[in-house]
Design a protein. Structure first.
Length: 349
């Protein structure tokens, strides 16, 4: 029997790596026009292509506000030839589409084959985009629907701010997790305790800043990602005059000093950055690191850039057992996030 008064870690729960077998991918249907001002109509096609690719290997579960939104979503998915038999809809209203950050953090217990959810607090990246009350309750709604136990740590945490190797290590950034617009009453040591207790990890590795244009204050999923137990891909900027150059070099230098639980150094694979993507005089957080690892494929955002093919080839070498698919994210990134930001995986137990 799972005891919600005790921590998940103390009961054998962990957050699996993204490349482990998934039951489903969760999304919250794109609908907030203020997130893509003047451009939301252009987002549906690449968004639905993303769903189509992932649904070839697993279920896709989508939160929608109501039956009308569900019908609209089905029409858009039908246009790209997605298999609607692999897509399920849930009438859970959301404020926005960024399911990586407001969606459920699924935990598994590998011994007992049980599944649970962590419902972290959510405040739209430090209160930047109110209202966020509907988004904040999504994990508990999903847990209640499926009869899963839901743990409530009582602090703010976003899925895009953490990455996992599935072997006890979590990677994050000080720029985001130590930002006082999240948990101003907690210091680094206290935050680490929550990560240990609620994600079931043994080691926290800290990088510094995120990329320019990232309104989340430096999410890890735009800069550095685990691709297996001991290997990360990390984005680097070649242009020394680019604002991202020095901060990404600092992150690279930090990664080189890190050691895993077994004492080994990380294997580090460098990913290029696309040239700056500017829209409406605003630099957008375009990065090839914001890919989603599904059962059938790795879906990578592309930006009509000369480095698109290079990034895809590098990731093909990292994922020899999966198809690597690039989907144009030039319009999606106007919302300040891409495929990984939009999605959250539900593991198989």
């Amino acid at each position: 029997m799972i005891d919600l008064t005790k921590t998940p870690a103390s009961q054998g729960f962990i957050f699996p790596a993204e490349w482990e077998k998934q039951r489903a991918m969760w999304l919250s249907w794109v609908h907030k026009e203020e997130s893509w001002p003047g451009k939301i109509e252009t987002v549906y096609q690449p968004y639905c292509e993303f769903i189509k690719v992932v649904s070839t290997g697993q279920l896709v579960r989508i939160n929608v506000v109501d039956a009308q939104m569900e019908m609209f979503a089905k029409e858009q998915l039908d246009k790209v030839g997605a298999d609607l038999n692999k897509i399920e809809f849930f009438h859970f209203a959301t404020n926005d589409a960024w399911c990586r950050d407001h969606g459920p953090a699924f935990l598994v217990n590998r011994k007992t084959k049980e599944k649970a959810i962590v419902d972290w607090g959510y405040n739209a990246w430090g209160g930047k985009y109110p209202p966020f009350d509907l988004d904040d309750v999504i994990p508990t709604q999903i847990g209640n629907h499926f009869g899963l136990p839901v743990f409530n740590p009582g602090i703010v945490m976003e899925g895009g701010s953490v990455d996992f190797n599935g072997a006890g290590t979590l990677l994050t950034t000080t720029a985001c997790l130590l930002n006082e617009n999240r948990n101003p009453n907690l210091n680094q040591q206290q935050i680490e305790r929550y990560l240990h207790n609620y994600y079931g990890v043994e080691q926290i590795l800290w990088l510094g800043d995120g990329i320019v244009g990232d309104d989340t204050d430096g999410h890890i999923d735009d800069i550095t990602r685990f691709v297996n137990n001991d290997t990360v891909v990390t984005v680097v900027e070649q242009n020394k005059n680019d604002d991202n150059y020095h901060l990404l070099q600092e992150n690279l230098d930090t990664l080189k000093t890190m050691r895993l639980l077994n004492g080994k150094q990380l294997n580090i694979v460098e990913l290029p950055m696309p040239k700056p993507v500017i829209y409406d005089d605003q630099r957008l957080p375009a990065s090839y690191a914001n890919f989603y690892i599904s059962n059938a494929a790795v879906v990578v955002p592309t930006y009509r850039d000369k480095n698109d093919d290079k990034a895809l080839q590098i990731l093909e070498q990292c994922f020899p057992d999966r198809k690597v698919v690039g989907i144009d994210s030039t319009d999606i990134i106007w919302g300040l996030g891409s495929f990984h930001c939009l999605s959250q995986q539900e593991p198989e137990v």
